[in-house]
Design a protein around this ligand. Structure first.
Ligand code: C2E
Ligand code: CA
Ligand code: CA
Ligand code: CA
Length: 280
């Protein structure tokens, strides 16, 4: 017999069962894809305002045999729920190491060149994070100085003392930190200085609106000034037009990332692109 609560919720709701089935199916699909080597990182260049390459951001891709390239928003949240995010993050970190190895063989790596990796919430909270990152980097003899960890404002708002300690331990190893999508979360401006942050990444939504001198530009200027006052560098993401670029340059943004420079690309294409801009 069916149990119905006062709010009409039924315990054996057939719809709920289907949802659970769908979730289980997706979970095994992701596991199968990990085993089948269907995930990899693509790389999007980051340049300074003079166009010199300063680094890249690694962005995960799922090369599905029938669905094609599946965008991260369709599986990252699920992987987090299923406790599979660490496995995916390790794939991305290994791809970063392999790229750095290849670059050191075939290209010029500028001083302070870094590759950024997006951190997931549960991963960042894990007490074993430091050891896991270090052990992979050691395998490839890559220095943490070449890795920038991108975290979001919501990760900062959780437990200040734990987060600050976690960040300091990672910084002591040589990792640097960027706050991704800055301005879109619940950033607590009064505590930002407490975190050892190296970079603020201005969210694309503000860049999209930068030409609006009433509602867009003041926000970008405010973020840049905040960063300068705290001695943090500023990266603009999602830069698509020359106009946006020239405004950002005039306002003294340090770095630029976006389709104007290049779209995210597979490692091999990134290497060719990188060689093209560093050898000229
Ligand atoms: P995000 O970290 O904010 O990454 C920037 C997104 O903007 C990327 O989408 C990138 O391809 C896209 N983008 C870059 N420049 C432009 C531009 O000029 N115009 C437009 N329209 N888009 C641009 P993507 O690769 O689909 O990633 C979406 C989100 O998925 C990321 O947002 C990040 O939150 C998450 N993600 C991606 N890779 C990873 C990963 O390895 N681990 C984790 N935990 N999350 C990831
Ligand atoms: Ca990011
Ligand atoms: Ca971002
Ligand atoms: Ca964003």
């Amino acid at each position: 017999t069916k149990f119905k609560g006062g709010n009409g919720y039924s315990f054996f709701d057939p719809k709920q069962q289907t949802l659970l089935e769908i979730k289980t199916e997706l979970e095994s699909e992701i596991i199968r894809a990990i085993e089948g080597d269907e995930f990899c990182a693509h790389f999007q260049p980051q340049v300074d305002v003079n166009g010199k390459v300063s680094g890249a951001e690694a962005l995960i891709r799922w090369n599905h045999p029938t669905k094609g390239l599946v965008p991260p928003y369709q599986f990252i949240p699920l992987a987090e729920q299923f406790g599979l995010i660490q496995k995916l993050q390790n794939i991305v970190l290994r791809d970063i190491c392999l790229l750095l190895k290849e670059l050191s063989k075939h290209a010029i790596i500028p001083p302070n060149y870094r590759i950024a990796i997006n951190m997931a919430q549960n991963q960042f909270n894990s007490p074993t994070l430091k050891n896991e990152l270090i052990s992979i980097l050691n395998e490839y003899q890559v220095s943490p100085h070449q890795i920038m960890l991108e975290i979001t404002e919501s990760m900062l708002s959780k437990d200040l003392s734990y987060t600050v300690q976690q960040m300091h331990e990672l910084k002591a190893q040589g990792f640097t930190f960027s706050i991704d999508d800055f301005g879109t979360g619940y950033s607590c401006l009064s505590t930002l200085h407490a975190y050892p942050v190296d970079e603020l990444k201005i969210d694309k939504s503000f860049i999209d609106n930068i030409e609006n001198v009433q509602t867009g530009l003041p926000i970008v200027e405010t973020i840049i000034n905040l960063a300068k006052n705290l001695n943090i560098s500023v990266m603009a993401e999602g830069v698509e037009t020359e106009k946006q670029f020239s405004i950002l340059k005039e306002k003294k943004t340090d770095g630029i990332q976006g389709y104007l420079v290049a779209k995210p690309m597979p490692a091999e294409d990134y290497i060719t692109w990188h060689q093209g801009v560093t050898n000229s």
